[in-house]
Design a protein around this ligand. Structure first.
Ligand SMILES: [Zn+2]
Length: 163
């Protein structure tokens, strides 16, 4: 499974100028409570954005058309999104955090330690492969179809094709 950068970030959300191949851009996620909104910015417009309103952001590069080398979103971008979702109570965010955890386990960025039943519900205990810190991830008990749906939403938000 790869984090492949998609090509649907076509223009800056602010100045509407089209992005060009290999341009460095900034992507930001906005927390809309029942959904995450993603916006992409050119360098100039990024410096004028209100950072306090942004849930998570990352820098990326527009891939070359027909590039022979695939470009990938860094695991760190996905991990950062996962970390920011810690302690958030809305069902959408719990679902996102759980599915991101599954994806990060498949990428071996997180390692499964144990499954626990606690008073707060079922929990996955996972370890960050790099920092060795542990995360508790609530298991929202999603079925296959729901997991697939959340995976697709995450793919759209991160502008990433999750195979
Ligand atoms: Zn712009």
């Amino acid at each position: 499974m790869d984090w492949e950068v998609g090509s649907n970030a076509l223009a800056c959300s602010a100045c509407k100028q089209s992005f060009v191949e290999e341009q460095e851009i900034f992507s930001a996620l906005y927390d809309e409570q029942t959904a995450f909104l993603r916006r992409d910015f050119c360098n100039g417009c990024w410096s004028q954005q209100d950072r306090a309103a942004i849930f998570s952001h990352w820098q990326t590069r527009i891939p070359k058309k027909d590039a022979p080398v695939k470009r990938f979103v860094d695991d760190e971008i996905v991990l950062e999104f996962f970390r920011k979702l810690e302690g958030q109570d809305e069902p959408l965010k719990k679902n996102f955090r759980y599915v991101l955890a599954l994806l990060l386990m498949r990428k071996k960025a997180l390692k499964f330690i144990e499954f626990k039943r606690t008073e707060a519900g079922a929990m996955l205990i996972l370890r960050d492969a790099l920092s060795q810190s542990d995360y508790h991830v609530a298991d929202p008990d999603l079925n296959e179809e729901q997991i697939q749906q959340v995976t697709e939403e995450i793919g759209q938000i991160l502008n990433t094709k999750i195979a």
